[in-house]
Design a protein around this ligand. Structure first.
Ligand code: NI
Length: 267
């Protein structure tokens, strides 16, 4: 059973890593998960948790806590793994549970070098600033991550100044489709959505920012051929418990959407 971290525990890398490693030893291996390290950032690992064997179903990738002051993404993946594993049925799901461990430990948006791990993933952009250390590690393993996330990618973010939630999605369409609507509905079950208007230079419509090519990792994966990518934002001004419950719902909704769509339609 998952234990919701107290406010003192929310940024404890020690507690997070011990809980993840213990879960992997006791349950994850039996469930076919392999825990790899893509590299280190100031001595802390950037983990990849992936199925040891890939089956015939869709392949999805889910990431938590690119920004260290957004801790509930990482915790939500842990809760999902501990409490909601039935949702993995007929799917091959991999996780980057904690992308920015040094930022997480310091409760800082940026990594220990002051770099933003979710920016400058430019595809075909000239003179883009250099990638962060975490970004370089992800790009070094891009072929593997594109294989594991072939059918969809979800990144769990939070907004430190908000009481409302919102969503970024990328779809190969002019207007948002059922994928965007399903994830938005999951957020709306837990928090009010950000109203329509401009927010941090983004055009928001009913809580959704659609196909905004911002050189984030979700943008890079979309432009590299992943058909559906998303970044959800839960409000840091609300309780960790409510944000974790919301993120788990978003994960389950994401998986159910892809699984249902992949099933052959019977007449
Ligand atoms: Ni963020």
């Amino acid at each position: 059973m998952f234990h919701v971290p107290s406010s003192e525990e929310l940024h404890s890398w020690k507690l997070y890593s011990e809980t993840l490693l213990q879960w992997h030893r006791q349950e994850g291996i039996k469930k076919g998960f392999e825990l790899q390290t893509l590299g280190e950032t100031n001595g802390l690992p950037l983990w990849l948790l992936r199925p040891a064997e890939i089956g015939p179903g869709p392949r999805l990738l889910i990431a938590g806590t690119f920004h260290g002051e957004e801790p509930c993404g990482a915790w939500s993946i842990l809760k999902f793994l501990m409490d909601e594993h039935d949702a993995l049925e007929k799917l091959n799901v991999s996780f980057l549970p904690l992308v920015n461990p040094t930022g997480f430990a310091a409760a800082s948006r940026y990594n220990f070098r002051g770099e933003n791990p979710n920016r400058h993933f430019a595809k075909g952009v000239k003179d883009s600033p250099p990638l962060s250390l975490e970004g370089s590690l992800l790009v070094r393993h891009l072929d593997l991550l594109l294989t594991l996330g072939h059918d969809g990618f979800l990144s769990l973010h939070e907004d430190s100044s908000q009481t409302k939630s919102y969503l970024f999605t990328f779809e190969q369409a002019k207007t948002p489709g059922p994928f965007s609507r399903a994830l938005l509905a999951a957020l709306a079950r837990h928090f009010p959505l950000l109203e329509t208007g401009f927010y941090e230079e983004c055009d928001v419509k009913d809580g959704l920012i659609f196909n905004d090519f911002d050189q984030s990792f979700e943008d890079l994966l979309f432009q590299s051929g992943v058909p559906l990518t998303a970044c959800s934002e839960t409000p840091c001004l609300c309780s960790p418990e409510s944000r974790i419950a919301c993120n788990v719902d978003v994960i389950v909704t994401f998986l159910a959407f892809v699984r249902d769509r992949a099933l052959p339609i019977s007449s």
